[in-house]
Design a binder for this molecule. Structure first.
Ligand code: F6R
Length: 612
């Protein structure tokens, strides 16, 4: 939540900041601000998107070779010009951008107010600007030392960059529980950002700051990193494998549609990299830990949102194919519940961004108890990936549309591979079935490409759905988590209220909602549950509900009961979620477009939820 970017070098900072903010807009988009320095401070803040700021600054002075920028997702104080970042210290000397929450801001604020400091916003961030300046002037210490002493008083999370009006050769950056990366360019420039996206146009050499680290970025003396307790840190420069083309929309109008259409190709790359010519599944990163997996008493999967839904599919996969007990936990509940954990448990975090605050905290909790942790993450070098004992990357490319699509199918595909692998290694899947399942997965990308043909049909049905205020999504077995995911996709981008249920649970309450105005999306692709699903559908029809059924190409039975049908190719049942979610992604997409909603940046949401 919130994106920050900063530049220091020989070139103009403003265009770098604006471009960077546009790439970080997925992290929050309720207000934007920049400050550049050229003798005087050019500070501009605007409610709204980066484009609004750009329009506002069109004829204004923006020059300077050092600057900081911010795109906000409001936590403390409503989205307006006053609360937008950068925030400026009492004397106007320091300006600061912040991502995170200062939990003890109220106490710090009162202390500063008692000393005569005046606050011009309702944010927690402004406290930092005044506090740093207070220490700097009272203790007569350099800025980096003042930052260190100030952060020692702070509870909460932060990624910050600070600029001093009187020194255009330095920036100070620091982080705790909110991400921050520093790009190191060959020509001596530095770009600091919440993730690698704004950086890779200029350099692929990146340092990811660790928690409680402070970077002194000095144009003359280079980069120096120290910890909050003033120990020097060796520079760990990583070469990231990302290119600016990956961040465009290509031929598509929106990131979401592009990412939906990318699914066959990104999953082809994943599967090809994980299968050898004999169809054996490769998890080299888990080789040193295989014994732990095979002896695990239980796997606990922890995640949020769509990633939690992928975890729920994994419960079916791991229990059916590997016969391992799996619990799936919302990270936000798990971390505060004092859960009972056993030394031979394994905890798996699933996260696209690798930065979700609750998932990160859940992993910190179990690590303190010495439990083995493993993560499935998309964003390389992210906090969760670095914290867990082992990580498997999805490598599905940057996901920028706020509604998760290719990350979900990437997670479920990787979890399918892992379930088969563990099943085979643990002697629960015979060799022949192992090879058959691997071969079936190899066909998945081709099947997904065929699935996308349903786009036209989903677009037609979206015209029906858009006129309704509510929708129910029903599925059984492997398709129950897909029903939850379909409902989440619809509500988050089209703002139509939708709920997912196990189809048989309908009788225990939700059936009361069904009448001729209630559309129900019924997932009916799993062969083993078809009879049961058909009975549920008859119950709906008896109450005049409108049924939109997702069926596979061999179906004859469900098609006769449903009002509308979306046909997808058939695939072995354990992998059916990866196929049946595609029409649901498209259905929500077209409904949101028909309602003229902003599908890539839905209201109130942000892509990376770094606050709890
Ligand atoms: C929904 C969506 C969210 C995320 C959730 C977790 O489309 O994207 O529900 O899945 O915020 O995010 P990650 O996977 O980054 O931990």
């Amino acid at each position: 939540m919130c994106g920050i970017v900063a530049y220091i070098g020989q070139n103009e900072a403003f265009p770098v900041l604006i471009k960077g903010l546009q790439l970080l807009e997925y992290r929050g988009y309720d207000s934007t601000g920049v400050a550049t320095l050229n003798g005087t401070l050019n500070l501009y803040k605007q409610k709204g998107k980066v484009q609004d700021l750009l329009n506002f600054t069109a004829n204004k002075k923006t020059d300077g070779t050092v600057g900081i920028g911010h795109t906000r997702w409001a936590t403390h104080g409503q989205p307006d010009n006053q609360n937008a970042h950068p925030h400026v210290s009492h004397s106007g000397r320091l300006s600061l951008v912040h991502n995170g929450i200062i939990e003890n801001y109220a106490t710090l604020k009162t202390a500063l107010q008692n000393k005569g400091y005046h606050f011009s916003s309702q944010t927690d961030t402004e406290v930092l600007a005044h506090l740093i300046e207070d220490i700097q002037t009272e203790q007569l210490v350099p800025l980096d030392e003042a930052v260190r002493l100030a952060l020692q008083q702070v509870r909460g999370s932060y990624a910050i960059v600070i600029m001093d009006k009187d020194d255009k050769t330095r920036l100070i950056a620091a982080r705790k529980s909110s991400p921050l990366a520093i790009g190191i360019c060959k020509n001596g420039e530095f770009i600091v950002a919440s993730d690698a996206m704004p950086i890779v146009e200029y350099t692929n050499d990146i340092i990811y700051l660790d928690d409680e680290e402070i970077a002194l970025i000095d144009l003359i003396n280079g980069l120096k990193i120290t910890t909050l307790d003033n120990k020097s840190v060796a520079l760990n420069i990583q070469r990231v494998d990302l290119s600016p083309e990956m961040f465009g929309k290509g031929k598509f109008d929106t990131y979401m549609l592009k990412e939906i259409y990318e699914q066959p190709s990104v999953l082809r790359s994943m599967i090809n990299a994980r299968l050898d010519p004999q169809y054996r599944i490769l998890f080299d990163e888990l080789l040193p830990h295989m014994d732990k997996f095979l002896k695990a008493r239980r796997i606990i999967i922890t995640a949020c949102g769509t990633s939690w839904h992928a975890g729920l599919v994994a419960k079916y996969l791991f229990e059916n194919l590997a016969r391992i007990t799996v619990d799936v936990e919302y990270a936000s509940e798990f971390r505060y519940r004092n859960p009972v954990l056993f030394p031979d448990d394994i905890v798996i975090a699933i996260s696209q961004s690798g930065e979700t605050a609750d998932t990160l905290a859940a992993i910190e909790l179990v690590k303190e108890q010495g439990i083995f942790t493993y993560s499935l993450v998309n964003a390389v070098g992210s906090s969760i990936a670095r914290l867990t004992d082992a990580v498997s990357y999805l490598h599905v490319g940057p996901e920028i549309g706020v509604a998760s699509t290719k990350a979900f199918t990437g997670q479920v595909t990787l979890l399918s591979l892992l379930a088969i692998h563990l099943g085979y290694m643990g002697g629960k899947i015979p060799t022949q079935q192992y090879t058959e399942l691997s071969k079936e997965l190899e066909k998945l990308p081709q099947i997904l490409a065929k699935t996308l043909i349903c786009n036209a049909q989903t677009q037609k049905i979206a015209y029906l759905l858009k006129n309704h205020k509510n929708a129910l999504y029903l599925g059984r077995g492997y398709n129950f988590p897909v029903a939850l995911e379909g409902a989440l996709k619809l509500k988050e981008i089209s703002y139509i209220h939708a709920e997912g249920y196990p189809a048989a649970e309908m009788k225990h309450g939700p059936i009361a909602l069904i009448d001729e105005n209630m559309p129900l999306v019924v997932l009916a692709t799993n062969e083993s549950q078809k009879e049961k699903i058909a009975s549920n559908m008859h119950e709906i029809k008896a109450r005049k509900g409108i049924i939109i059924a997702i069926v596979d190409e061999h179906d004859t039975q469900i098609t006769q009961i449903a009002d509308y049908v979306i046909v997808v190719p058939a695939i072995a049942e354990p992998f059916s979620p990866i196929v049946s979610v595609i029409p649901l992604q498209l259905l929500s997409y077209h409904t949101a477009v028909a309602l003229r909603c902003n599908v890539d940046q839905p209201r109130n949401l942000a892509k990376s939820v770094t606050v709890e």
